[in-house]
Design a protein around this ligand. Structure first.
Ligand code: F6P
Length: 554
């Protein structure tokens, strides 16, 4: 029986007990000492691949830790799971589907079978359709209702139909072409639509309604608002096709909305929302950077796919990062993971990785429905590293929680201003160094003594200046952001998340947890707006409904 139908309870495996014993033996492990004792530590615990360099030497680990973690990956038969994913087996068992986002970045000529049908020709067809659309918008051939070329593209979508495209199109702005501006409309909050509409002219705006299901409330409401706005600005129903296109696997619903069938870009149920930026959901990316750069993005991701499939686990970037996550989450009690990009263009990566990781691995039952016996996905948080240094990094350095951090930094800036990039890079390195080194009590005392402080005051102040250190981080270095490297970087995290799901025996590709709120939302909405205002199942919700109704009465 395939592993995903009958996953192992990893906590019952001998390797789990071995890791627990090893963790106890590392109770007094000091990274400071490990670096002092081993000049090779940096080269032992670093590797490059796919245009990325990973330094994972600042972790609470020895070579024995790595060996044990790699054994864990072998004992759960990770390689079989990787092969099964790329082959298109039904890894998303609760939805009875494969997870084949990797097919979207495979080279022409490859074959990938879904239910016996090679899907690669369809993938290629959609890429060709995207090429034609992007070309005609960029060349000014796609015209609005007053015959003017398109200047602004608005992606109406949420979750995976927003976060990935937004990350990549904004990260690759140095590759932007032909001045088409891309905007994103996700939130159902009318203020979001209001502020965006104020910047646009209907006659030169193209809306992409981006929704795999074409049933997402926020997206449909925003699409209706956009259509009403377009009509109010002078557009007509007859010319709607010049201004509204869609990306969806639900053609019927998109046509019912009023989108011409030839303007619908297909999606497939074997691509999950948070893994979909590589499909036509990536249209705003392609609109921003052009199709040849979009294909570079795909090939960067493909290079990471190959690395993930073929590199031995000891030198496999996503596997190592996943194992370190398991190490901290399951053996050191870490509950969150900070993602800290030191790059303006990567400012949205934390939000994308938050959905990717938390929607994938925020699960508490295994594939077979049995409860999982250990912690699963962590809270992913963070943001632009340089800004965080003057805000939440305090907790990273001196708080009581252990929070592993990933630093991401390019060596070269697209926009050098004086010595800013040198300082930015220095900031990044000094943060991971400070997390690792910390400042001991005697160092704090010596520092204060050097400032000429009297002993009584030193005794009072020194404890506040102590920084425990020994806090783990990875540093990912890129030469500079490019479509290829960004493709590899995003795919790296996709595979990291998948690897962890295999270890825990959970399904990384469903998201049933988000459904209940959607269901309950319908009842709450009808009590807010309808004649039947009572009947909420709890007094808190009913009280809050009453509060709203009282304000909106009459
Ligand atoms: O509600 C969660 C979710 O289904 C995500 O998984 C998905 O990325 C997002 O909503 C948007 O879904 P759709 O593309 O179908 O509108």
């Amino acid at each position: 029986m395939p592993y995903y139908q009958q996953p192992l309870d990893v906590t019952a495996q001998p390797i789990w007990q071995a890791l627990q014993a090893h963790r106890t033996s590392l109770q007094n492990f000091s990274m400071r000492e490990a670096f002092a004792n081993d000049p090779q530590r940096f080269s032992t615990f670093s590797l490059s691949g796919c245009g990325l360099f990973l330094d994972y030497s600042k972790n609470l680990m020895t070579t024995e830790t790595r060996d044990l973690l790699v054994k864990l990956a072998r004992d759960v038969d990770l390689q079989a799971a990787i092969d099964a994913m790329f082959r298109g087996e039904h890894l998303n068992a609760s939805e009875g589907r494969p997870a084949l986002h990797t097919a979207l970045r495979r080279p022409i000529g490859d074959k990938v079978l879904v239910e016996g049908v090679d899907v690669m020709p369809q993938v290629q067809q959609v890429l060709n359709k995207m090429t034609a659309l992007v070309g005609s918008v960029h060349d000014g051939l796609w015209r609005g209702y007053t015959d003017k070329p398109i200047t602004d593209v608005v992606n109406i979508g949420i979750g995976g139909s927003f976060l990935g495209p937004q990350l990549v199109s904004e990260a690759l702005l140095p590759f932007a072409q032909r001045g088409v501006r891309c905007h994103y409309l996700a939130n159902i909050d009318g203020s979001s639509f209001h502020d965006l509409a104020a910047k646009l002219r209907a006659e030169t705006t193209l809306f992409i309604v981006s929704s795999k299901s074409f049933s997402t409330l926020e997206t449909l409401k925003n699409a209706q608002a956009a259509r009403a706005w377009y009509l109010a600005q002078g557009g007509s129903e007859a010319e709607l096709y010049r201004h509204f296109i869609a990306v969806s696997s639900n053609t019927t619903a998109a046509v019912a909305f009023g989108i011409r069938e030839e303007n619908i870009f297909p999606m497939w149920d074997w691509v999950g929302g948070r893994y979909s930026l590589w499909s036509a959901i990536g249209l705003p990316i392609a609109m921003t950077i052009g199709m040849s750069n979009f294909k570079e993005l795909l090939s960067g991701a493909y290079s990471m796919d190959r690395h993930f499939q073929t590199a031995p686990f000891e030198q496999n970037m996503p596997v190592l990062m996943a194992l370190l996550g398991v190490w901290y989450g399951n053996f050191w009690g870490a509950q969150s993971q900070a993602i800290l990009p030191y790059d303006h263009y990567l400012r949205n990566i934390t939000k994308h990785l938050q959905q990717l990781d938390m929607e994938s691995n925020g699960k508490s039952v295994m594939q077979d429905g049995n409860p999982v016996n250990c912690a699963t996905g962590p809270v992913i948080w963070g943001g632009v590293g340089c800004n965080g240094q003057h805000a939440y990094h305090q907790l990273l350095h001196q708080g009581t929680l252990l929070i592993p951090a990933d630093f991401i930094v390019p060596v070269v800036s697209y926009n050098p201003v004086a010595d800013h990039h040198q300082w930015l890079y220095a900031n990044c390195l000094s943060q991971s160094q400070a997390l690792m080194l910390g400042k001991s009590f005697s160092e704090a005392q010596a520092e204060l003594r050097n400032q000429g402080m009297d002993e009584a005051k030193i005794a009072e102040l020194a404890p506040h200046k102590v920084i425990p250190g020994n806090r783990p981080s990875n540093t990912l270095v890129l030469e500079r952001i490019s479509p290829r490297r960004l493709g590899a970087l995003v795919a790296l995290y996709e595979h990291k998340v998948f690897t962890q799901s295999v270890i825990w025996g959970i399904n990384a590709f469903d998201q049933w947890g988000v459904e209940l709120g959607k269901e309950l939302g319908k009842g709450v909405y009808s009590r807010l707006t309808g004649t039947e205002q009572n009947g909420a199942e709890d007094a808190s919700t009913q009280g809050l409904i009453d509060f709203f109704r009282a304000r909106h009465r009459g």
